[in-house]
Each structure stands twice: as C-alpha cells, then as structure tokens.
Design a binder for this molecule. Structure first.
Ligand SMILES: Cc1cc2nc3c(=O)[nH]c(=O)nc-3n(C[C@H](O)[C@H](O)[C@H](O)COP(=O)(O)OP(=O)(O)OC[C@H]3O[C@@H](n4cnc5c(N)ncnc54)[C@H](O)[C@@H]3O)c2cc1C
Length: 535
C-alpha cells in the first residue's frame, strides 16, 4: 500500500532526511528529473506547491511531437532529439503515448505549398526511421476529413506524430520515480533556497505545507533543481542580464466529437495571423487549439481563456469546416496554459511577436542551484539528463544511469476483462503500467457515462494518488471535468457515492470541495464571462 500524503509529510518533517537532490516543481520537467535522479540512485525529494501537473503540464496541447516546425526554421538537432524521444516513448508506453495522424490541407497560393511541405516531411521521416509521409489528392483528403472546406483545396500532406494525456504522463513518471525511492509531495511549496553564508553553496530548501499553511521547515540538499517553469525567476534570477521569463498563454476549446468528428489532427494556418492551429480528437471529444499571446495576469491564479481567444479559436472550425455551424453554444469546456519562454530584451526595446519566440529550453546554474524553463513534453527525459549533468560537480562519484534505461516499467501481465474494449484496455495499460492490477481491483469496470473512464480509475486515484481536493480528481487524475458537460455536474452525485468514503471526507468537506471545484471550473475551464479578460 503506497504511503498517503499525510504519512509522507510526517516522514519529511520528523525524519530530518538528507537529500542528494530536491526537485522543485511537479510538472513534466520536475517529474522527469526526479525519475532520472532516483533511477540513478540519488536520494530524491520532489515538491509541488499545488497539485502534481497543476501548472502548464496539465494544460498543453497534449502533442508528443518531433517539432516539424523547428525543422522549417533549420533547428535540425532539436527535431532529431524530439523525434527520437517520441519514438522511444511510444514504444515504452503505448496507450499513454499514442500515434496520431496529422493532415495539413494545402490551399491555392498558400505557403508552404505541398511540394515544399513534402520535402520537410521526407527529412522528418528519415530522422524518425519510420516513414509516415503521404500526399493526398483533394478527393483522398475528403475521405480522411469529411466536411473539410474544399474551395481552392489543391492537395493535403499526411504524417504521424503522437498524442498523450499530459497530466497522466506526469503522474506516471512520478509513480516511476517513487518506485525507485523518490519522495514526491504535492501542496508543498519551496519558499526559499538556503545557502552557506560563506561559500554561498546551496545547503537546502525551506518548505511550507500549502494545505494547512503550517509552520515552514527545512530539508538539506546538495543539489536543488528549480523546475518551476513560468515561476522559475521567483527562485533564481534569469541567466543573462536583460533576459526574463515571458509567460505566453495558449487556450483551447473542447467540443463534442459528434459536432466535429475528426479522426485525425487537422492543421491550418489561421486566416487572421497565419499561425499554425489545429483541431484534434482527444478522449472522445474534439479540441481546437491554440492561441499564443502575452499572459499578464498573476501566475498564482489559474489561467483562463478570454473572449478574444474564444472568437479566434471558433474561426478554426468556421474556416476548416464551414458547414459544421459550430458556435459558442457547442463548447463543453476550455483550458488555458502558460508557456514558460525565456526571452532576451530586443535591441529595439519592442518585444518580438509571441509566435516568433524561441521555445527551446534554457538551463542555468549557480553553486548547487540549477534552473530550467521552456521545453516540451516530448523531451523531458533529455532535459532531466542535462540537468543531472550538474550533479557531477557536487557529487564526483555520481553516475547517471544508462541512456537506454527505461522511463516506464513494463505493464503488468494481465488478461483483459471481457467488459473492457480492446481500445480502452490499451489505454489502461499505458496509463497505469505496473499498477493496472491494483486499479482493476479498486472498483467497478463500468465506465462513467459518456467517457472511457472506469469507475475503478476514480476509486484508485482517490485512494492512491495523494488527492487533496476534488479538482485534483476531476481535472487532473481523470479529465472528467474537461470532457463532460458542465464540468461533469450530472455525475457528481455518483462520483460522491464512490469517492467520498475512500477520501474519508465528511458531508461538510464534500460540500465545500464541490463548491471549490465548481468555482474553479467556472472561472478557468468554462466560457469567459461577457466582456471577460482572462480573469
Ligand atoms: C498552450 C500550450 C500548449 C502546449 N502544447 C505542447 C504540446 O503539444 N507538446 C509539447 O511537447 N509541449 C507543449 N507545450 C509546452 C509544455 O506544456 C511545457 O513546456 C511543459 O508542460 C512545461 O513543464 P514544466 O514542468 O517545466 O512546467 P509546469 O508544468 O508549469 O510545472 C512547474 C510547476 O512548478 C510549480 N511551482 C512553482 N513554484 C513553486 C514553488 N515555489 N514550490 C513548489 N512548486 C512550485 C508550479 O505549481 C507548477 O506545477 C505547450 C504549452 C502551452 C502553454
């Protein structure tokens, strides 16, 4: 039986353990570092101020991609690394990282035309050593994408990338780190980095429990990894004078699949600003994304879509699928995330256009504190290994585990229960890996209506994954709050029956948690208020 959050916290407060590394931030970057560190034998602590994956890593566009656009801008090495990681992740955790077909329709007089795009795809395929490139005639394109706008359609290009559930990806990587001995705690904030007053070398971190707000306490560490993404400069100033973290918001719309049934990701250049945007199938819905603009609100508040972004995203369906008649009334939910981009002050003093900012990760180091910002879901393992390169300076006998060591342990060998479809079984194997047996024993194998989520997944998450608030369960451990109408309000009474006893909440606690969850859903995952400003 894994430890509860309270038991882990008790162990940390009273055990005075020494750590080789403390990782601050429970997004994909922090999870990846904790996974590689613990796998390499380091005594590892990971702390997250809110819930695991609460930051950008539950709010991305969910693509595990090789970065075709980087190839277009000549960043060959970035594409090569990302494509190889994509292939590796798909091979290690099918069902969690799944291939997704992309179709890029080409319209007359649009750049890039099919000829040039096919050249890029040829290179992309060669790097992946897994050919997926296809050139489609307009008639073939319509077989792939019924209802697509056909005026001036000259051809389409097809290729394969991959898609995931970003939050589950983080959670699984954390579970792997824990299996190798890491201690990982949510709702524990790093308030300060402690340094030796003479040498200024890092000695530890001051922590505070954000659930009880209790007294701060300290832990000792030889190396601290500041993997706080958009928050990174609160703990360490950025690497060069004039550089800063520029938070850029990207928002998404979730639609019923029946209203926009796409079996692949369909891309286009947005008519307003020529940025690449897409519609893709995800967990039984269709998602439209994404925007890219300065996020000026406080980072402590959950980001939310604005009306301007909503109109921009609706234009995707109106341009690509003019007959679909999609409107605001069709939207099930929305989500917005903040990209942690490190920017340099431009010589003119005018900021560059958000879409022109470099998204490559940046790592900077000072006397035992290493900070990371930027990057992608796809390359978390490589980023982690780069960060741990700094451990050599402090721990000369440290050796990083082999490059071919697996991120994900193999799946438990189990027979598929007849009531679970083949497709859902593959997903469950990828989502839970070695824990699948325990998930299946946790509850009913029936699915929550209008979703693929088993009641057993909810019950297991409530029992085993340090759930503190109802929003942890409905927005991140499962995505029911994003894929069912009105934040899954209709099934909340059933969810209560299953989860309240497991969580050990009395009626008052449940009622309080339910209104907290619905408040968060309303302000950050639904439609913007009329005249709303991103809240
Ligand atoms: C709209 C959008 C779409 C994207 N789409 C894709 C995509 O399709 N594919 C892809 O590969 N990448 C995508 N990205 C990029 C990718 O999502 C991010 O690069 C990645 O999630 C960043 O992870 P992270 O762990 O560095 O940051 P986060 O996930 O933000 O994690 C940082 C964590 O640190 C915590 N924290 C902050 N301060 C403290 C503190 N003092 N103490 C403890 N914890 C703290 C925060 O609460 C947060 O949870 C997208 C990004 C956005 C915004």
């Amino acid at each position: 039986m894994p430890q509860t959050r309270a038991q882990k916290l008790e162990q940390l407060r009273n055990g005075h353990p020494e750590f080789d590394i403390v990782v601050i931030g429970g997004g994909i970057t922090g999870a990846g570092i904790a996974r590689e560190a613990a796998g390499s034998g380091l005594r590892t602590l990971l702390v997250e101020q809110s819930d695991f994956s609460w930051g950008t890593s539950s709010r991305s566009s969910k693509m595990v991609h090789g970065g075709l656009r980087y190839l277009g801008s000549g960043q060959f090495n970035l594409t090569r690394d990302a494509v190889r990681e994509r292939e590796r992740l798909m091979a290690e955790a099918p069902g969690l990282i799944e291939p997704l077909r992309f179709i890029m329709p080409h319209y007359r007089k649009q750049f890039p035309g099919p000829g040039l795009f096919q050249v890029l795809l040829r290179v992309y395929d060669r790097i992946a050593r897994n050919p997926s490139r296809q050139r489609l005639s307009p008639t073939e394109t319509l077989q792939w994408v019924p209802g697509l706008a056909t005026d001036d359609l000259v051809a389409a290009s097809g290729f394969t990338d991959a898609v995931t559930d970003d939050s589950r990806l983080v959670q699984r990587v954390i579970e792997e780190a824990e299996a190798d001995g890491a201690l990982c705690l949510n709702y524990l904030q790093a308030d300060a980095i402690l340094r030796d007053e003479h040498s200024s070398a890092v000695t530890g971190v001051q922590l505070r429990d954000t659930v009880t707000g209790g007294q701060a306490f300290t832990v000792n560490a030889r190396l601290v990894a500041n993997a706080t993404g958009a928050w990174a400069q609160a703990l360490q100033t950025t690497p060069t004078e004039g550089s800063r973290i520029r938070p850029l918001r990207g928002s998404h719309l979730v639609l019923p699949f029946s209203r926009l049934p796409v079996s692949c990701s369909v891309s286009l250049f947005h008519p307003q600003d020529r940025r690449p945007v897409f519609a893709f199938p995800w967990q039984g819905t269709t998602v439209l994304g994404t925007t890219d603009l300065d996020h000026e609100n406080e980072l402590s508040r959950e980001p939310a879509i604005t009306r301007e972004e909503l109109d921009y995203l609706l234009q995707i369906s109106q341009t690509l699928f003019p007959a679909s008649g999609i409107s605001e009334n069709d939207i099930i939910a929305t989500w917005a995330g903040v990209r942690p981009v490190v920017t340099e002050e431009s010589p003119s003093g005018k900021p560059v256009k958000p879409s022109k900012e470099n998204r490559e990760h940046v790592i900077w180091y000072d006397s035992g504190l290493v900070s990371i910002a930027g990057g992608k879901l796809t390359t978390f393992r490589l980023i982690a290994r780069e960060v741990l390169g700094k451990a050599h300076d402090l721990m000369p006998d440290f050796s990083l585990r082999e490059n071919d060591a697996r991120v994900f342990s193999p799946v438990a060998e189990l027979e598929r229960p007849e009531s679970i479809s083949h497709r859902n079984w593959t997903r469950l194997q990828g989502f839970y890996g070695p824990a699948l047996g325990s998930v299946l024993e946790a509850g009913s194998h029936d699915t929550v209506p209008h979703s693929e989520t088993l009641w057993a997944e909810l019950a297991w998450a409530a029992a085993h994954t340090c759930v503190v608030h109802l929003d942890d369960l409905l927005l991140r451990r499962t995505r029911l709050g994003l894929i069912l109408p009105s934040g899954a309000s209709e099934v909340l009474p059933e969810i209560r029956k299953v989860c309240q006893p497991i969580l050990g909440w009395n009626d008052d606690t449940w009622d309080r948690e339910q209104s907290r969850y619905l408040g968060i859903w309303q302000s950050s995952y639904s439609l913007p208020a009329v005249g709303g400003d991103g809240k």
